[in-house]
Design a protein around this ligand. Structure first.
Ligand code: 4AD
Ligand code: MG
Length: 480
């Protein structure tokens, strides 16, 4: 076993130490003309070329240089004469670490569809597209922590197993150790959750917000960044059953502060991706251009990926109320010519993704923040406005995505909160701790939830949310 120190491809490609001996370890992408090995080790989307002198190499060894094989190569770093790379390695020693049967390895050096790659998600990391997507995902995750850390927010880990339905939407995955073929029952026939592991009925969390509010009322500014779960049966390109959410919560903040924080966060993390993922975003930009060539002209993006990201950075998000948005939609040509699947006929209806995208992509042509929604289509905890019909909610809508952020100023007044919970059949005794906050030093506060995968979707220009999380969980999908 040789022990030469491995140099990462990323560092080698930037090196000018010509003549020195280097060792590269990685996976074979291609082997051409019995001479040129393209090696990728994941450190960059780019490959290093290693050149073998086949006349001096064992022929059986060369036969094992198949796509996907793991190899270790030691040789001299030389300036490359070939097109497309500045350096290459002149191979002195070659070791196959792990063979890859060319007949059976599903990833051949050709274009595979994203649908096919989803079926082999255990191997798709080894493609350029997914290398780029998950590098950008990483960069965004890092930038989110940096943004909040630099502003003095405390990172809070909220529970994954929960006894409450924070959104009151009822789309819960139950967590239980009871025998579901024969659970213990009460006399009235209902399942006796007193005998369950936690002594009560529990589920996977849909949001860390309620717990984040508790901590915000002590630390002032906190955020969560963790997995959340929703059993909504939506088979769309924007929904997952398991997704990651970022939820800041800020004391002494109102809805305007909340909008400013969200807009700053989004711009900061997009800027960070542009600054640190140049190669990846360039690749993804070109990927998208190729993908869109298959679409009719009028469905293609006006801006390429990089231009779109820069546009977002350089423009203020449009802010308007739900009521104003309804007027725009009602009077739009799309509504009059019945192009919407769901026509907008009256105030109070929930907006569908087609309406959100119309506002963003056709009307304002930039990100939009909608505020002050009807209380009946929003969660119980939102601050009620004096008009008695709307709440201090905000949704941020992004091009190609629709809703990327949902948040609000919170109802900090005990009486109003209790009344609203009663109206909406939210069990007050189970949420006594949430109500306690309004009894002991209550204060205005606000927060929001940013869907991490929707952010990654936007920044990478991918079109299906299942392609921006390593192992997607969706209806009938839980492989790997
Ligand atoms: O609008 P939502 O449901 O808001 C909340 O959960 C609040 N508790 C957040 C808060 O105020 N702290 O979800 C927030 C965001 C959405 O805007 C969307 O980006 C994302 O989470 N999201 C999903 N992403 C992927 N798949 C799903 N099924 C999603 N549901 C929501
Ligand atoms: Mg929402």
């Amino acid at each position: 076993m040789k022990t030469e120190k491995r140099i990462k491809v990323k560092d080698l490609l930037n090196s000018t130490a010509f003549g020195s001996e280097v060792t590269v370890k990685g996976w074979v992408r291609t082997f051409r003309n019995n001479q040129f090995i393209a090696i990728n080790d994941g450190s960059t989307i780019n490959n290093i070329q290693a050149v073998v002198d086949f006349s001096s190499m064992d022929e059986t060894l060369l036969k094992r240089l198949t796509t996907g094989a793991a190899i270790s190569v030691t040789g001299e770093l030389i300036e490359s004469l070939g097109k497309g790379q500045k350096v290459e390695v002149k191979v002195k020693q070659l070791e196959i670490l792990g063979d890859s049967d060319a007949e059976k390895f599903p990833l051949q050096p050709k274009k595979h569809s994203l649908e096919f790659l989803r079926e082999i998600a255990h191997l798709r990391f080894r493609t350029n597209t997914f290398n780029a997507v998950f590098k950008v995902r990483h960069a965004l995750g890092y930038a989110i922590h940096k943004f909040f850390n630099d502003r003095g927010f405390v990172y809070l880990h909220t529970p994954i197993i929960s006894a409450s339905d924070a959104e009151g939407a009822g789309e819960l995955f139950r967590v239980t150790t009871l025998d579901f073929n024969n659970p213990p029952r009460l006399e009235n026939g209902e399942v006796d959750f007193k005998q369950d592991f936690f002594g009560k009925s529990t589920n996977l969390t849909v949001s860390g917000q309620l717990e984040a509010e508790l901590a915000a009322m002590a630390f002032g500014e906190v955020y969560t960044f963790g997995p959340t779960f929703r059993a909504e049966n939506s088979n769309t390109t924007r929904h997952l059953a398991e997704f990651w959410m970022i939820e800041p919560e800020v004391a002494f903040a109102d809805l305007t502060d909340n909008m400013n924080l969200a807009e700053d966060l989004l711009k900061y993390v997009i800027k960070h991706a542009l600054e640190t993922c140049g190669d990846e975003l360039e690749f993804l930009k070109n990927r998208l251009i190729e993908e869109e060539k298959l679409k009719p002209q009028d469905e293609r993006s006006e801006l390429d990926l990089l231009a779109k990201l820069n546009f977002c950075l350089n423009n203020d998000f449009e802010r308007l109320t739900y009521t104003d948005a309804i007027e725009i939609l009602k009077n739009s040509n799309a509504n009059k010519k019945k192009k919407f699947k769901f026509l907008i006929d009256k105030w109070g209806v929930d907006l569908q993704s087609e309406h959100e995208r119309y506002l963003v992509e056709k009307h304002f042509k930039k990100p939009v923040i909608l505020t002050d929604y009807p209380k009946d289509i929003k969660a119980f905890y939102m601050r009620q406005n004096d008009d008695g019909t709307t709440v201090r909610a905000m949704d941020i809508l992004f091009p190609g995505i629709g809703e990327i952020v949902g948040g609000s100023q919170r109802e900090e007044r005990l009486e109003q909160l209790e009344n609203r919970m009663k109206e909406m059949n939210i069990p007050a005794q189970e949420l006594y701790w949430y109500l306690d906050l309004r009894k002991f030093g209550t204060a205005p506060h606000a927060g929001f939830g940013l869907g991490f995968e929707r952010l990654v979707l936007f920044v990478t220009g991918m079109t299906n949310i299942r392609d921006v999380i390593p192992f997607p969980r969706a209806p009938k999908t839980a492989e790997f």
